[in-house]
Write a protein of this length. Structure first.
Length: 133
């Protein structure tokens, strides 16, 4: 199980780099060089972030992207949801059907509690926090 996938990692890295640059418009080529991320993956990720309102695109000569929100208003949990969907540690599926013991399963209760703590921690972690590490 991967908690953070490649796309989410690339998004966090790109947004963090852009946050360090302030309000400057950053070209895709600059991001590719600075972060060593393959251009096709990065373009796709930046377009998704633009569609979700986290970035603003600037076309033409000197074009690129810049953050449309403050880094402290971009949560890691929000980025995980964009690229991976809802955070789930265990879906309790057995033979493609919901587990019949889900209501009484002690492991399910422990995993659900752990999932709530993880989501709360990721919700409290924002890009500004990542920059300070």
């Amino acid at each position: 199980m991967k908690l953070i996938t490649r796309d989410t990692d690339y998004a966090i890295r790109a947004i963090s780099y852009m946050a360090k640059q302030g309000d400057k418009v950053i070209s895709v080529n600059e991001l590719v060089k600075a972060l060593d991320i393959p251009q096709p993956f990065l373009r796709k990720i930046l377009q998704i972030l633009n569609q979700k309102g986290l970035l603003k695109s600037h076309k033409g000569k000197g074009g690129g992207f810049r953050l449309s929100r403050d880094p402290d208003n971009i949560s890691v949990a929000g980025l995980v949801k964009i690229f991976q969907g809802p955070i789930k540690l265990s879906e309790h599926i057995f033979k493609k059907k919901p587990c019949p013991n889900a209501r009484t399963c002690a492991l399910k209760k422990k995993l659900d509690n752990l999932e709530k703590k993880l989501i709360a921690e990721l919700n409290s972690l924002n890009i500004k926090d990542v920059l300070e590490v």
